[in-house]
Ligand binder design. Sequence first.
Ligand code: ADP
Ligand code: MG
Ligand code: MG
Length: 250
Amino acid sequence: MLSIKNLHASVEDKEILRGIDLEVKPGEVHAIMGPNGSGKSTLSSVIAGKEEYEVTEGEIFLQGEDIGELEADERAHKGIFMSFQYPVEIPGVTVTNFLKTAINETRKARGQEEMPAKDMLKMIREKSELLEIDRKFLSRSLNEGFSGGEKKRNEIFQMAMLEPKLAILDETDSGLDIDALRIVANGVNKLRSKDNAVVVITHYQRLLEYIVPDFVHVLYNGKIVKSGTKELALELEEKGYDWIKEEVGV
Ligand code: ADP
Ligand code: MG
Ligand code: MG
């Protein structure tokens, strides 16, 4: 699904990613952990194609296709979903209407016709039921006055509707409360399938109690310095990151 080879990236001429290799197969969930400033958010932004980062070396493939030269919106149309991609408040545009537009724009970019209104309604009904989203929520203005949990709910609903091939969830360092964590985790778990893959980026182990990853990678100083299974996340929670620095000699 995602294949990253020897990825180097810089921002303002400062090298942040210093040779990343990562293979994510369909159906898998990978967690990327690491101390603050190690480059986790940079990695997710570079995969999603944000402009401010310059890839200086290496390649990124999505389903075998080299996407390194594509713009962020083109990558989104090919099935990459990144959380926080639509954090804006849009007064007067409802959650539902925003999504209808997003879906039809994606279809247009793929050369498909608009989704018939009847099918759209059916999809909205099915996905909102699956994620236990209240109907009233769907007619609220996008992000306007949303609580942390509601923002997460909206994000997960977007993800469910857009049916991405690869979802990258950067939970950043701003502590999500336990409700928001559960919303994200339940959504991801319900949407997991053999046809998609998820990369969860997190500073903390506790999200991984709810979303159980197949693999855990530790990013430190722009490199993946250790990979393992979910036990590695527990070990990190217990021992912190210092032992890794000693072990890998960075
Ligand atoms: P993490 O998500 O692991 O905390 P980041 O990817 O946010 O790490 O940051 C890694 C390093 O890159 C930090 O030193 C940070 O200051 C720098 N950095 C990231 N994005 C930018 C940017 N847009 N402009 C300048 N420096 C940046
Ligand atoms: Mg940070
Ligand atoms: Mg970050």
